[in-house]
Design a protein around this ligand. Structure first.
Ligand SMILES: Cc1ncc(COP(=O)(O)O)c(C=O)c1O
Length: 395
């Protein structure tokens, strides 16, 4: 049976994690894996999550099955978090999924079912996983330009130029907020222009929203998704609670469908439930229960918002400190984009060879495409990191 199977090529980021773990050098710096770290370099369990877990432990009186759509109260609470009190909510349906990645997979399957072999346009750059999951579902994955490599900002002209030529009905993948690996997000004005083109061309938006609250705030970070939802007849959204609740391993997320009518949205949800049943039957309950308890309880919800703001502020401080340190060392503003970007990631502009030398010579771990996770940077390591990058890139 397995004779012809070859070893799968290792996941680059997970391999980097292993190399970092086995590196004995005490000064090592890990900016690879995309998880938040606090001032001591630890990925903490939020106090609000601990409190919700304790309540869950005290209150839960059964472990019976829930259902392929998961906990409807969780989905309801998440819907309000993402869309606010949007007037189109009756045309919106949703279900609980195992993380944002689970939502991506189900929605990709739904789109492939609705339009076999249909095209989906993803930005360049995006996560390798987007290419993999959409191709695996049978979609035809195409790429649209996104980043201006010189300014490190969104090249909105190039992006719109391509989208204006995309066929009506094609799907366009958009990062809801601070989720592009480049670190660059469209400005509110650019979002309006993007949505205008989507409406004008009759494109189908697919929003991947995994960092609500990590950019500017919960409301601001949902603004682009809400703007799209107000303007288009149909869209889908993959949502992750992994980062903003710090519950990465609990596999908690949601898949949402905006339909032309409430009954079309309900039909799409029923198909997603079938796909869920086929893939994993039902989503894990723990993380969703924790999120539900937090979102349904006002004091706990406020406590979560405060902890989320602490994570956001720490990342923003790392950005400002790093940009400043580069400015002081170089006398120029070549790395000023680090302060302008939002969320955990930025592309430094280093090469794959630079990444190897940074790791081997300086114990600095960055992803091969030059992506760094600012949340992994400890303020005490900034000078060493800047020195390592500059010594590498000046060669
Ligand atoms: C492209 C992309 N979007 C969203 C997510 C959401 O993360 P999670 O599945 O941990 O909720 C992931 C995680 O792998 C991802 O690769």
């Amino acid at each position: 049976m397995f004779n012809h199977l070859e070893m799968a090529s290792p996941d680059k980021i997970l391999s980097l994690m292993g190399l970092f773990r086995d590196d004995p050098r005490p000064e090592k710096i890990d900016l690879g894996i995309g998880v938040y770290r606090d001032l001591s370099g630890h990925t903490p369990i939020l106090a609000c999550v601990r409190e919700a877990e304790q309540r869950l432990l005290a209150q839960q009186d059964t472990k019976t099955y829930v259902s392929p759509v998961g906990d409807e109260r969780f989905t309801q609470a998440l819907t309000s978090l993402v869309f606010g009190d949007h007037e189109k909510l009756e045309r919106m349906s949703g279900l609980q999924t195992p993380g944002g990645a689970g939502a991506l997979r189900l929605l990709a399957g739904l789109l492939a079912q609705a339009r076999p072999g249909g095209r989906i346009w993803v930005p360049d750059p995006t996560w390798t996983h987007h290419h993999a999951v959409f191709a695996d579902a049978g979609l035809d994955v195409r790429v649209y330009p996104y980043l201006n490599g010189v300014t490190h900002a969104v090249d909105v002209e190039a992006m719109l130029d391509t989208l204006l030529r995309v066929q009506p009905g094609d799907v366009v993948l958009l990062h809801g907020c601070c989720h592009n690996p480049s670190g660059a997000d469209p400005t509110p004005e650019q979002w309006r222009a993007i949505v205008d083109v989507i409406v004008q061309r009759g494109l189908f938006p697919f929003v991947d929203l995994a960092y609500q609250g990590f950019g500017e705030g919960l409301e601001q970070d949902a603004a682009a998704t809400r703007l799209i939802a107000r303007q288009v007849p149909e869209m889908v959204i993959a949502y992750s609670c992994s980062k903003n609740f710090g519950i990465y391993r609990e596999r908690t997320g949601g898949a949402f469908v905006l339909g032309e009518t409430a009954s079309k949205a309900a039909a799409a949800k029923s198909q997603l439930a079938v796909l869920a049943r086929l893939a994993y039957s039902m989503p894990p309950d723990h993380g969703a229960s924790v999120v539900r308890i937090i979102l349904e309880d006002e004091p706990l919800s406020i406590a979560w918002r405060v902890e989320l703001a602490t994570m956001r502020d720490k990342i923003q401080k790392a950005r400002l400190t790093l940009a400043d340190a580069f400015r002081k060392r170089t006398g120029g503003d070549r790395y000023g984009f680090l302060a302008r970007h939002k969320g955990m990631f930025s592309l430094l502009g280093t090469t794959a060879d630079d990444a190897v030398r940074l790791r081997e010579d300086h114990a600095v771990y960055v992803v091969g495409d030059g992506r760094i996770n600012l949340a992994g940077l400890q303020l005490g390591s900034v000078d060493r990191f800047v020195g390592a990058v500059l010594s590498q890139t000046r060669q």
